[in-house]
Design a binder for this molecule. Structure first.
Ligand SMILES: Cc1cc2nc3c(=O)[nH]c(=O)nc-3n(C[C@H](O)[C@H](O)[C@H](O)COP(=O)(O)OP(=O)(O)OC[C@H]3O[C@@H](n4cnc5c(N)ncnc54)[C@H](O)[C@@H]3O)c2cc1C
Length: 622
C-alpha cells in the first residue's frame, strides 16, 4: 500500500532535493511544514508512524491558556492565549467551546474561624480568575462568573454538594488529530511531500560534519532499501524522541519526557468541564470532548519505551479518585478506554513535573559541530503556530527566503468557505444529519466536496458506525486525500471506531472500504484489521471491568470467532513459529514476494491468503 493522495506518494520524494526536511509529523512538524511550504520552500516531512501518532494525538485537546501556568509561567499563558486566538481565526470549524465549572470545595471544620476561611477561599479563587480574565479577550474567552453553591448545583446536579460555590472559566477544545492533518494537507497543497510510516534511520553528513540530509526507511514496504533525502536544513521535530534523533547525527540536548494518561468515556458525563484535584494536589479536568467525555491528565517523569507507553490500572484509580471528589457519581459511568502520550517537556532539574515550563525552544546544533540541524523542544498544542513561525523564520533566513509568515491569517483546509449543513442536507434523508454535521465539524467547507460522492453513489451516505457517526463518503474521501496508508490512520482522521463500540461494529466494514480504495489484498485487509483491533485493546486493557469486559468479549467473539479471524491469525503465527521468526503472516515467502506487515507495522513478506487459510490448525474446528 503506497501513500494515497497524489503528492503524498512516497515515490515522489525519491532522489528529490528539498530546501528543508522536517522530522516528525506531530503538530510541531506539521506546523513547521505548513509555514515553510507557504513561504515557497520545498519541504519534506518524514514521520515514522502516522500523523499525530505521538503526543499531538494523545493530549487533552485544549486550545487554552493554561490557567495553571498563571502561577509560575505567565509568559506561556499569554503566548497560548494569543496563539489560541489565531487558531480560532484559521480553523473556526475545529474549535468547540468548553464552559468550565471550577468548584471550591468546603474544607472540613466548623465554627467562626472556618466560616472566615471559607470566605477567604472563595475570594482567593475569584482573585485568581480575575487575573486570567486579563488574557481571555486574546482567545475570545468570556470572563469568569462566581456561582453560589445552589447555582452551581442547578447547572450540574452531579456535582458534590459539599461545595462552597464555584467559579466559571471559558476554554476551547479541539480535535487534535484534525489540527495536525489540516496543517499537513495545507503543506501538501503548497508543494510539500509527506512521508508517513517512514522512519529516519540516519543522517547524511558532509566532510565538514554539516548535516545534508537523512536516510529513511518505509516501514510498510518489504525489501525497501534505505532512501536518501537531501536538504541543506533538517529540523528535528520528533517530540519526546528528539534527543534520540539528534544523537543519530552526533548532537545532543535534554528533555524531561512526561507521561500523561486520560480516561475516555464514549458518552457525555456533563456538558460542562470541571477542574478536579488529585490526591497529590495536581489539577486535572473532567470535560466534554467531541461526543464523549475525558478525564486527565496525569503528568509523571517517564523513562520507559517511547514507542509503547501504556496506561496502568493504578493511574486509572488515581484519576478516578480525583474525579470522585468533585463528581461522586463517576463510578456509575462506563469507561471505554484510556490513552497515553509523552510530552517533550523542556529539561529542568529539581522541579516537580507539574511545575515544569510549557515554553518551547529550538536548538541550533552548529555549536556542537553539527551545522544544518535544528531541534525543537517543549511547547503546547495551543502555541504550535507560534513555535512553527519562529522555527520557519530561522529556516527561511538561512536559505535567504524573505517571504513573511502567513499562518496566523491564512485559513486551514476547511476554513476557506461557508459551512451550510442545511443546504448540504437538502437531498439527503434527515437521519443522516448527525453524520453530516460531524463531517462539517471535521472538514468544514470541504465537506461539500466529500458529499459530492453521494450524488453519484447514494449508498455512500450510509453511516459505517452509529456510535461516532461517520458516513462512507467521508471515509473514502479521507483515504483519497488525507495521507492515509493504514486502517488506524482512518480512525485518527474521522474518529471511526472511537465511539462506544470501539470498532466492534465498524472496523470490518471500514477495512473493506480501505481494501477497495487502496487496492489491498485480502491478507493485507486482515492484517490491517488485526492491527487496528490490537491498537484498541492496548487502550482498553486498564479499564476492562464490568460492562466493559462484556463488550470486549462480544467484540472478540465477533472478530475472532464469528469473523473467523482467530484461526487465520493463529495459522499465521504457527507459520511464523515454524519458521523460527516473529508472529506474522507469510514469513518464509521468497525475497521478491510482495510484502505485508504485522501488528506493529513491521514489514514481512507475504503469501496469498489462501495459503494461510489452508494451513493446519491443531485443535481448531473444521
Ligand atoms: C497527556 C498530554 C496532554 C496534553 N494536553 C495539552 C493540551 O490540552 N493543550 C496543549 O496545548 N498542549 C497539550 N499537551 C502538549 C502537546 O500535546 C505537545 O506539546 C505537542 O503535541 C508536541 O508535539 P510534537 O510535534 O513536538 O511531538 P509529537 O506529537 O510527539 O510528534 C513527534 C513525532 O515524531 C515521530 N518520530 C519519532 N522518531 C522518529 C524518527 N526516527 N523518524 C521519523 N519520525 C519520528 C513520532 O512518531 C511522532 O509522531 C499535552 C501533552 C500530553 C502528553
Amino acid at each position: 500500500m503506497g501513500g494515497h493522495g497524489g503528492s503524498t506518494d512516497s515515490s515522489t520524494a525519491s532522489g528529490t532535493d528539498f530546501d528543508v526536511i522536517v522530522l516528525g509529523g506531530g503538530i510541531n512538524g506539521a506546523g513547521i511544514a505548513r509555514d515553510c511550504a507557504r513561504r515557497g520552500l520545498k519541504v519534506c516531512v518524514v514521520e515514522k508512524n502516522d500523523l499525530a501518532k505521538g503526543a499531538s494525538g494523545a493530549n487533552t485537546g485544549m486550545i487554552h491558556g493554561g490557567i495553571r501556568y498563571l502561577m509560575y509561567d505567565v509568559h506561556t499563558t499569554k503566548m497560548s492565549c494569543t496563539d489560541s486566538g489565531y487558531i480560532q481565526r484559521i480553523a473556526p470549524h475545529l474549535l468547540f467551546r468548553v464552559p468550565f465549572i471550577v468548584p471550591v470545595m468546603k474544607p472540613q471544620g466548623a465554627g467562626l474561624l472556618q466560616t472566615m476561611m471559607d470566605r477567604l477561599l472563595l475570594e482567593g479563587s475569584e482573585v485568581f480568575f480575575e487575573a486570567y480574565d486579563v488574557y481571555q479577550p486574546l482567545k475570545r474567552g468570556k470572563p469568569h462568573t462566581r456561582l453560589t453553591r445552589d447555582e452551581a448545583l442547578a447547572l450540574e446536579p452531579g456535582l458534590n454538594p459539599n461545595i462552597l460555590g464555584a467559579v466559571t472559566m471559558d476554554e476551547w477544545g479541539i480535535d487534535p488529530f484534525r489540527l495536525v492533518v489540516e496543517n499537513a494537507i495545507d503543506a501538501v497543497e503548497h508543494g510539500a511531500v509527506i512521508l508517513t510510516w517512514h522512519e529516519v534511520t540516519g543522517f547524511v553528513k558532509g566532510s565538514d560534519g554539516r548535516v545534508e540530509g537523512v536516510d529513511v526507511q518505509d516501514r510498510l514496504t518489504a525489501g525497501a532499501t534505505t532512501r536518501r533525502l537531501r536538504a541543506p536544513v533538517v529540523v528535528n521535530a520528533t517530540g519526546a524522541w528528539g534527543p534520540r534523533t539528534a544523537a543519530m547525527a552526533g548532537a545532543s540536548y535534554q528533555l524531561r519526557p512526561g507521561k500523561g494518561v486520560h480516561i475516555v468515556y464514549s458518552h457525555r458525563i456533563s456538558n460542562y468541564g470541571f477542574a478536579i484535584t488529585g490526591v497529590d494536589g495536581r489539577q486535572m479536568f473532567l470535560m466534554p470532548h467531541e461526543n464523549g467525555s475525558i478525564i486527565g491528565t496525569t503528568d509523571d517523569d517517564y523513562y520507559g519505551d517511547l514507542d509503547h507507553p501504556r496506561a496502568t490500572e493504578d493511574e486509572v484509580k488515581y484519576i478516578l479518585q480525583a474525579a470522585r471528589d468533585v463528581f461522586p457519581g463517576i463510578d456509575q459511568y462506563r469507561m471505554s478506554r484510556t490513552y497515553v502520550g509523552v510530552r517533550p517537556t523542556l529539561f529542568t532539574w529539581a522541579k516537580n513535573e507539574d511545575r515544569l515550563s510549557r515554553e518551547h525552544e529550538f536548538y541550533d546544533h552548529e555549536a556542537q559541530g553539527v551545522p544544518g540541524l535544528i531541534s525543537v523542544a517543549g511547547g503546547k498544542l495551543a502555541a504550535y503556530r507560534q513555535l512553527a513561525e519562529e522555527v520557519s523564520t530561522e529556516v527561511a533566513r538561512r536559505l535567504g527566503n524573505t517571504v513573511a509568515c502567513s499562518t496566523h491569517a491564512a485559513p486551514l483546509p476547511g476554513a476557506e468557505g461557508p459551512i451550510d449543513v442545511d443546504g448540504w442536507m437538502k437531498d439527503l434523508p434527515k437521519r443522516h444529519r448527525l453524520a453530516v454535521s460531524r463531517m462539517a465539524y471535521r472538514h468544514g467547507s470541504r465537506s461539500q466536496a466529500l458529499l459530492k460522492a453521494v450524488d453519484d453513489d447514494p449508498r455512500q451516505a450510509c453511516e459505517t458506525c452509529l456510535c461516532e457517526p461517520v458516513c462512507e463518503a467521508e471515509i473514502r474521501g479521507t483515504i483519497q486525500t488525507e495521507v492515509v496508508r493504514r486502517l488506524v490512520d482512518i480512525r485518527r482522521r474521522t474518529r471511526q471506531s472511537m465511539g462506544a463500540c470501539g470498532g466492534t461494529r465498524c472496523a470490518v466494514r471500514t477495512s473493506q472500504i480501505l481494501l477497495e480504495e487502496a487496492n489491498l489484498t485480502a491478507v493485507e485487509q486482515l492484517v490491517e484489521l488485526q492491527g487496528a483491533m490490537d491498537a484498541r485493546f492496548i487502550g482498553k486493557r486498564p479499564v476492562l471491568e464490568g460492562a466493559n469486559l462484556a463488550t470486549e468479549e462480544l467484540n472478540q467473539a465477533m472478530h475472532f470467532l464469528g469473523g473467523n479471524l482467530g484461526p487465520l491469525f493463529r495459522a499465521a503465527r504457527l507459520l511464523a513459529d515454524d519458521a523460527g521468526g516473529r508472529a506474522a503472516i507469510g514469513i518464509g515467502a521468497p525475497a521478491d514476494a510482495p510484502a505485508t506487515r504485522d501488528v506493529d507495522g513491521i514489514v514481512h513478506h507475504r503469501t496469498q491468503a489462501t495459503a494461510i487459510v489452508v494451513a493446519p490448525i491443531p485443535g481448531d474446528r473444521p
